[in-house]
Design a protein around this ligand. Sequence first.
Ligand code: SAJ
Length: 410
Amino acid sequence: MKINVIGLGYIGLPTALSLAAGGLKVTGTDKKQSIVDSLQAGDLTFKEKGLQSLFEEVKNSGNLTVTTECVEADVYIISVPTPYIKINKRIDTTYVEGAVKDVLKVCPDGGIIAVESTISPGTMEKYIRPLIVQSGKVPGKDVHIAHVPERIIPGNMIYELTHNSRTIGVDESSIGEVLRSVYSVFCQGDMVITDIKTAEMTKVIENTFRDINIAFANELAKICRRDDMDVYEVIRVANMHPRVNILQPGPGVGGHCISVDPWFLVGDYPDIVNIIRHARMINDEQPEYVLSRMSEIMEENNITSLSEVGLYGLTYKENVDDTRESPTLQLLEVMKSHAAYGVKVYDPFVSDDMVPNQYKDFEQFIQDVKLVVILVAHDHIKDKIDKLKGKVIFDTRNCIKNEEIHSYLL
Ligand code: SAJ
């Protein structure tokens, strides 16, 4: 069984490596020459717990080849980005369609094209099936299509790839069984075979559920601030109820999943969605709220210049190096719109220059600011709590739990 994984990003690369480690012959394809060059040279393109050792294992097995072109294979796994179109919030299928078109040039009869990228309900029917027909092939006979959405969480991807259950959306259960056997080389979780549209909808609503729950927590934070209640204690106690599980408030929702996928539903069902749209808006407004809290805290502590303020963390969440849609970047955009410049920034996971006044040295960063705004709860900052002594701390993640250090919270 030969597999071609198209798109070697956060999802495609761990998947390709896991399949190869499971003994299958895998070709990983990415249009970006720099990614292919790096992997061929034996270097990973991003950091993730357990990824390096998996990569070493696969390098020794010889089961993985990396190219910029699709190759002949039995199963194609597509894991390319699916952004949304800003103006109408609908899914942008450009990358998925491009990948499927490339696959169709080399796909042998009987081949299976499994899309892992998150797509809105109906995308396979509306955009992918017609591409097969246009290529002169018969869907369901010459080429089979499937949607097998990924569910892994950055920061714990390798564990979740092995242990999470999966959804396999197909037209015929026999194709589902083939895919089940492919994924079972590394996946120990249940694999549920269902229809394609159910698989598409399920994935989008999983992330939407989380977005709504975070929005609820963010709204609770504002209510509790108004009337002097501790939102974290309120949530902790409420969560002791056996059927309540409220998530945590934070500086906003980032990443390429939760802050994107609910928009697909807003774009496709604008006359129905209400709670979904509002949750998205609440989470998108959270950086504005952080800025207003920051101003209050500056005033209270006679801090008059933003050059005395340091933002800790640039990634979208703790212990990952991914900065896509990060709350810190959102906050910097909000500040820009208020012509508020000069704030200093540091993240131990980000070595590239991304924003103005970005530090590479933690000690220097801390020395140069009076107010530290913690936007990401990296283990790094928890290990360096001592360095925060004497500083004003605004902890938007409630991660600095130290009796000797007073932190302002959301
Ligand atoms: N966040 C909060 N409060 C919380 C939890 C998260 O503010 O209580 C914030 C995070 O800091 C981050 C954002 O939300 O900025 C998203 O982070 P996350 O850890 O909730 O999720 P992602 O985006 O890393 O991964 C999600 C996961 N989906 C669900 O948990 C339903 C993952 O399983 C999916 O595979 C992934 O999206 C994806 O690729 O779709």
